[in-house]
Design a protein around this ligand. Structure first.
Ligand SMILES: Cc1ncc(COP(=O)(O)O)c(C=O)c1O
Length: 301
């Protein structure tokens, strides 16, 4: 029984279908081994936000993993826009999945390497609206991220997520909104589904990609917006010391958007309230979300 927000539309390997009828084989390589890639992409005001960076990340992942994608990036881009138009959705969330193919045994040469491609158009609210006003309480979880030299920060593969799910569960048990994950060296990496930023005066710091983070597209967007607004943005090696001595903290992610983080392990960050810089970044981000790729573009003759 499916238990999430009801998707408006699912496109699977060329067919538009209902959620119930969208089926892949149980021998799909992502089902058997986590051998797949995904992207979560937001729709704001009938525009797909950061569509091209998401597609670039996906196609770079396909090339890196050696997937035999017969569908080109431009064709997938157009299909996503068409599916969104068909779903007739104003604000929502697209889940885009690509798996290697179908067959038992982990050796790719022994399986049918025809990727399964899915576009699911749905809605998603990760946190209640109040959390964006009051900020999140975060705990440090006992689960570490995989090192950046094992799992490149640019690879958004399904197999990345086992530790993140355990970390999220640990945060749930503790009644926290998110779980912070360190890397094996004890440096701060990220939260289970979002990147972390710290604010001190006009300086904004975020973990370096080599710390074992996913190089988030919202992270890139916020770095650019903050720099354009005159902030000094530094990528570096941060420890909990940096969190407890920062004025403010916030998290970024496609699903989470930009959300303040006000406590770590019960201890306030700064004065424990949502700070002015975080509010400024939230405002800049919200304005930016209006600039996605429209899917209602007039048909030209
Ligand atoms: C582990 C992890 N870190 C960070 C992010 C944020 O990435 P993005 O801004 O591309 O959504 C995500 C989002 O999916 C994630 O799963």
């Amino acid at each position: 029984m499916y238990n999430g927000p009801m998707p408006k539309l699912v496109w699977l390997n060329g067919e538009v279908t209902s959620l119930e009828d969208a089926k892949v084989s149980v021998a799909d390589h992502a089902h058997l081994y986590g051998d797949g890639l995904f992207e979560g992409i937001r729709i704001y005001g009938r525009r797909v936000f950061k569509l091209d960076p998401h597609l670039d990340r996906l196609y770079h992942g396909c090339r890196f993993l050696g997937y035999r994608m017969s569908m080109g990036q431009e064709q997938l881009r157009q299909t996503i826009l068409d599916v969104c138009a068909q779903a007739d959705i104003s604000d929502g969330y697209i889940r885009l999945n690509v798996t290697r193919g179908t067959g038992l045994g982990l050796d790719p040469k022994n399986i049918n390497q025809e990727p399964n491609v899915m576009i699911m158009v749905s809605t998603l609210a990760l946190y209640p609206p109040e959390a964006y006003e009051t900020g999140l309480n975060v705990i440090t979880t006992s689960f570490r991220v995989m090192s950046g030299d094992s799992l490149d920060p640019r690879l958004k593969c399904i197999g990345r997520y086992a530790a993140n799910i355990m970390a999220k569960q640990e945060a749930n048990y503790a009644g926290a909104g998110e779980g912070l994950m360190l890397n094996a060296q004890g440096y701060i990496a990220e939260c289970t589904g979002d990147n972390l930023f710290l604010v001190t005066g006009r300086t904004i710091r975020t973990p370096d990609p080599s710390c074992g983070i996913l190089k988030g597209i919202t992270r890139d967007t916020v770095i650019e917006l903050a720099r354009n607004a005159g902030f000094e943005v530094q990528e570096g090696f941060l420890t909990p010391f940096d969190i407890f001595t920062a004025d403010e903290a916030f998290l970024t992610g496609t699903a989470a958007e930009v959300i303040p983080m006000v406590r770590l392990d019960g201890r306030p960050i700064g004065d424990g309230s949502v700070g002015a810089v975080t509010q400024e970044i939230v405002g800049l981000f919200r304005a930016e979300t209006k600039k996605g790729v429209p899917f209602d573009a007039p048909v030209t003759a």
